[in-house]
Design a binder for this molecule. Sequence first.
Ligand code: ADP
Length: 469
Amino acid sequence: MHLHILLTLLFFGVIAMTVTDVVLIQAYENHATEGAISGVRSYSSKIINNIADAGAVNSNTTSTLLQELDNAALFYDGRIILVNNKLVIITDTFDTEVGKTLISEEAIRCLEGTSNSYTSDTEQYVELTLPVTDSTTKDVIGVFIIRASLADIQETKHYLIQLSSIILSFVFLTLFVLALIFSYRLTRPLKRVIETIDHVSEGYLEDKVSMKGYYEIVKISDSFNVMLDKINKLEESRQEFVSNVSHELKTPMTSIKVLADSLLSQDSVPEELYREFLTDINDEIERENKIITDLLALVKLDKKSGEMHIAQVSINELLEITMRRLKPIAQKHNIELIFESFRNVIADVDEVKMSLALTNLIENAIKYNIEGGWVKVSLNSNHKYVFIRVSDSGIGIPEDEQEMIFERFYRVDKTRARATGGTGLGLAITKNVVLMHKGSIKVTSKENEGTTFTLRIPLSFSFNLRETV
Ligand code: ADP
């Protein structure tokens, strides 16, 4: 990129300069040549009139006229030849050809009235061949040939070319240095981003880039930092999850070990004690099993919506079946289960996952309830969504903890959890299921009064997908 920018800048810079140079020098040359030729032409027409008036073509040229022609030839650094209508050279400022006959196509054509202008290939001189006409009869009585040097113009042109080459070299050098600085300044922050990305991919996740300067570069560094923050958060939550999982799995193991050790350390343990301890060990194994089952369910849900088995499901039936299954637990605590449905609702859901989510909510409403309390499940819908509400008359959730209950392993009352058999994963699973259905879940709760969870799930899964794309 560095090289690319450098070369591009140099290339366009030099091309622009060279083109301007060539165009300017050419313009000067054209303008100067045209000016010189028109000067010669206007001088010539004046002197031709004098020649015609003096009758100098037929008789001998007067010495004053001759002098004037000599001066003019000297001035134009050229030569003037005057020929009569027989093509005999009457006057020659070089004095070498007088009396000789001029054999020239231009002169012959000029006698017929056509003037001619010729510029040499090297643009060193211009030669005008002009007719001398009698002022009264208008007959062509001779030919006036003037050659004027353009060497001055060529010299100036060469001088300009030399000067411009020097300027161009300076400009080239300056451009080179500027391009070098500019491309370096442009690529340096990018190099730093690359270095930081390399560093981050080696595992140094704390590295941040901070860059000032061009808007785009600042944007890149900002986006990179946002991405890094996300990676860090993910990494943090992964570490927290792993540590929580280890802790949760270790607790029942420790209990089992303590129970088994105390049995082994005693001689002749009575059978009832064996039974009691083994029942406890059995409970702990069951708890361990539940945690692992919940964890597996959560991991499966994390594999995203590719795993969804969407079908048209009657939500009324789904809720009735779930509540029937949970009835024994409710009865155990003398809790009344109420189902309220405003209409028959059929929605596109993954039946197994949705059943898991609803079971968790209703089971929680029973678990965190009071003896003789109630749990009310109500179902409603509009043209777009299903609304499911699970309310209870239970212990409630403190306001500052309501946000956290959806986190994995989060439990409000850690000590109660063992008694209720909770793993802290239930609501995390429910939330995941709801999100997979592009729905939302909300909680409102008051301590010692009760809790209400409200679910909103789109009726049509494909419609919703289209909407979110
Ligand atoms: P658990 O397996 O502990 O029930 P959850 O993820 O299902 O885990 O719930 C997280 C925590 O939220 C529970 O430990 C409990 O403290 C609180 N909670 C959930 N539902 C209710 C409810 N209906 N009433 C009161 N507290 C609740």
